[in-house]
Design a protein around this ligand. Sequence first.
Ligand code: SF4
Ligand code: SF4
Length: 178
Amino acid sequence: MNADDFPAAASRLCTACGMCCDGTMFQIVKLQPGDSAAELGRLGLKIRSRGGAFHMEQPCAALKELRCTVYDKRPTRCRLFHCQQLRLLETNETTETAAMSLILKARAQVAQVRHLIEQNGLREDGQALQDRFERVMSTPVDATLEPELAEAQEALDQAMRQLRLVINREFRPPPLSK
Ligand code: SF4
Ligand code: SF4
């Protein structure tokens, strides 16, 4: 891919994906020196502090229909973050078509995990996927007394494992995370 074509291709991929903003890949994004917690909070981002450091919670409140609505003012880590697919695209080690295909497959897996979480009794609550998964899995189920519930938990566990494999192999860039 010509370097001039990369930004538009990346934009097409990201607006079909959103997984590094919607709570699929990350639970929080740490703010960096130069990021204004107050200003980002005023923009509606869910800013929290822990041990004197600020972070924003995901799913990000600025993500609307897979687009960042605070793009020009987004935090440093969002500016610097390129997932593995974008990196490979930039170095011509993959194509936009191949990357898009992986994104669509991964998003179908995310939809399946979300569906299974709901089947396990936890409605959409605006929390990151990993937090919701852990909440379901922390509920003890007796397979003898409640075989259907045990089966539903097992199906979720399997689906989440498969999703994690794909995210770690195809999207999470070593070593810096968002
Ligand atoms: S995971 Fe990659 S393709 Fe998806 S939105 Fe983030 S940077 Fe874009
Ligand atoms: S501020 Fe924008 S780029 Fe950063 S997580 Fe939110 S939607 Fe994504």
